[in-house]
Design a protein around this ligand. Structure first.
Ligand SMILES: Nc1nc2c(ncn2[C@@H]2O[C@H](COP(=O)(O)OP(=O)(O)OP(=O)(O)O)[C@@H](O)[C@H]2O)c(=O)[nH]1
Ligand SMILES: [Mg+2]
Ligand SMILES: [Zn+2]
Length: 322
């Protein structure tokens, strides 16, 4: 429904600059931070660019149309997107990554896990038709085996749960990343950047120089960065996006039908509710509530379903008032 204006848009802003000739080329967005981004163009290299136009949203993974003449460099448009991972509420939105095929969420035993947030990432992945993989990191820590057991219900839903130690044993994740365009997502401190450094050759150096270029030289990640897997020139082995830790993930841009479809274990039930616009709350003849009473579905997933439908309706009303 109310997706950003640039979603699946290929139309560049075409007003010409006075000091032409400009080069106009297309490249891959490999870093974003506020209104700046870095675009990698074949045969040119990495260019730090500004966005042209306030309405233009640019994400790592985007195919960006860049105008440059040596001094002036701006992204004037982006190519059509196959997926767009972003968070939103009734008032604003924040883009995480574009054109990803897979969402990889990280949890670790030494950081309190917000499972509500984790389930929101699953919903976002499903709504964007991306594969979802859960990574349980820091398996070198004491008690990690018991921590891992906590995520058995996600495996039961059909999501792969991969146990790694980014510091000591990152390789179990490697086969899941090959050939995929992944975004790593998770609360702060779960080990996303450590994992990217372990699996993408040259990532540490790239993150360092991007942080300097975009003036974000902090330990905790503030820029979003994209890293190629495998050697350059050796074919597309895929890429992985490292994003800053998140505590909020609003999904107000999806309508109730998209939200319902994103709950894999509930899909078969929705058609069976008595009312077509059932909110699966107190309505009589609700098939979801019946499954909840029987213990066939988890209470926290149904609670999230209701919350997301509510948020989506609040956002739709706010949009109508604007
Ligand atoms: N013991 C152990 N510590 C780890 C492991 N992976 C990461 N860490 C530590 O966890 C801390 C946070 O790691 P980061 O990679 O910065 O975490 P992040 O998810 O990128 O955090 P944000 O950028 O703030 O979102 C660092 O001190 C890492 O050294 C691991 O496998 N084992
Ligand atoms: Mg980080
Ligand atoms: Zn219902």
């Amino acid at each position: 429904m109310n997706a950003p204006a640039t979603r699946r848009s290929a139309t560049p802003n075409a007003d010409a600059r006075p000091h032409d000739p400009l080069h106009r080329e297309t490249g891959l967005v490999v870093a974003t931070h506020r209104r700046h981004c870095v675009v990698e163009i074949d045969g040119v290299g990495a260019l730090e660019c500004q966005h042209r136009g306030r309405r233009l949203t640019i994400a790592c993974g985007d195919s960006a149309i860049v105008e440059h003449d040596g001094q002036y460099r701006a992204v004037v448009g982006v190519g059509p997107r196959t997926s767009l991972l972003y968070r939103s509420d009734a008032w604003r939105e924040k883009i995480v990554a574009a054109n990803v095929t897979q969402v990889v969420a990280l949890v670790a035993p030494d950081v309190p896990v917000d499972e509500h947030l984790l389930n929101r990432w699953i919903v976002a992945a499903e709504a964007e038709r991306c594969r979802f993989v859960l990574v349980v990191n820091k398996m070198d820590l004491a008690d990690s085996a018991r921590f891992l057991e906590r995520f058995a219900p996600y495996r039961a839903l059909g999501y792969p749960v991969v146990a790694v130690s980014a510091l000591h044993d990152p390789l179990p994740l490697a086969p899941w990343l090959t050939g995929q365009h992944s975004v790593l997502i998770g609360q702060s401190g779960m080990g996303k950047s450590t994992l990217v450094n372990a699996l993408a050759p040259g990532a540490a150096a790239a993150i360092g120089s991007i942080s300097t270029a975009l003036r974000s030289g902090r330990h905790t990640t503030s820029a979003t960065t994209l890293h190629r897997l495998g050697a350059r020139g050796g074919g597309d082995h895929g890429w992985i996006v490292d994003s800053p830790g998140m505590t909020l993930f609003g999904l107000a841009h999806y309508g109730p039908a998209e939200i319902e479809r994103a709950f894999v274990e509930l899909r078969a039930l929705f058609g069976s509710c008595r009312f077509r616009d059932c909110r699966h709350d107190r309505e009589p003849g609700c098939a979801v509530r019946a499954a909840l009473t029987d213990g066939r579905v988890a209470a926290q997933r149904v609670a999230l379903l209701r919350t997301l439908i509510d948020e989506s309706q609040v956002a739709a009303r706010a949009l109508r008032r604007r």
